[in-house]
Write a protein that binds this ligand. Sequence first.
Ligand code: BTN
Length: 328
Amino acid sequence: MAEHTMRQQILEQFLADPEVILSGEDLSQRLGISRAAVWKHIRQLRTLGYQIDAVPSRGYRLTTQADLLLPAAVQSGLETISIGHRVEYFAETDSTNLRAMELAEQGAQEGTVVIADCQNGGRGRMGRRWSSPAGVNLYTSIILRPDMAPIQAAQLTFLSAVATARAFEAVAGIEVQVKWPNDILVNGCKIAGLLNELSAETEGVHHVVLGIGANLNMSREQFPDDLRRPATSVLLETGQTVSRVAFAQELYRQLDRLYPLYQQQGFVPIRLAWEALFYLQGRKVEVDCGADVFTGMVAGLADDGALLLDLEQGGQQVIYAGDVSVAD
Ligand code: BTN
């Protein structure tokens, strides 16, 4: 069994009864592993951020974080039409996007959401890692089954960006901006990232997974040292923590409103909402598209969500995918 699956099972033993104290022997019997292995997993869980106290001569107790993103908490008072009707929670997993893609392939209904307290293989754009410590942030993936051509699926990134931006504003009182195609920024520092994944064939989309990672209560020390670009969190911006449950609920409510709007009225209302938050408009940027690097002024968004760049040497470039850096 994978190491993280075992850690997940240990956490589930504690989460099933918040008051429970479990000895090494209890855990070893319940999970069919040695006491040494139990101890190793407990140590690893602690390094992931779980507070597991040793109760003398009785065993271990998980100090339940009040703000755990358990399905019952997230669904309580949610009142959405489709988003969040099913919530799959993982105390630890490799990536919520991977779990959501699996669930979608098994037929999970539209609006199913996956949440992890911690990801040990969080995926970012362009094969990068997404730092995902336990207990502080939101890592979630939402399954959609839109009736659309694969080419249109990129538009859903803009939809999830607007929903995420609105959740930051509503719950944390922070005004954020969006950077094409899928970063959420505060004062130029990244506070959330979006990674959509798609299963499709030429005729149409089977399902889309909207992956959203929002830095909420992450402290300075919890960010990796080797970040390519400056990053931040609600805690660092405001000095205050924010409820993860409240943030997740607001995000799902926003998606629940924007997705039907998109289905009924198309991309235009989403594009307009997104453009109002657009960080790059009129800025000089460099776009790394792998084979080519373009430099120019951002002229806006095309109707399909492509970035329009007025090139330094004249002419306009339409960019569908690339890594954008501000050059001014
Ligand atoms: C980026 O900006 O590079 C995208 C980051 C996306 C991170 C989220 S966290 C939830 C979901 N699961 C993942 O493995 N990635 C996305």
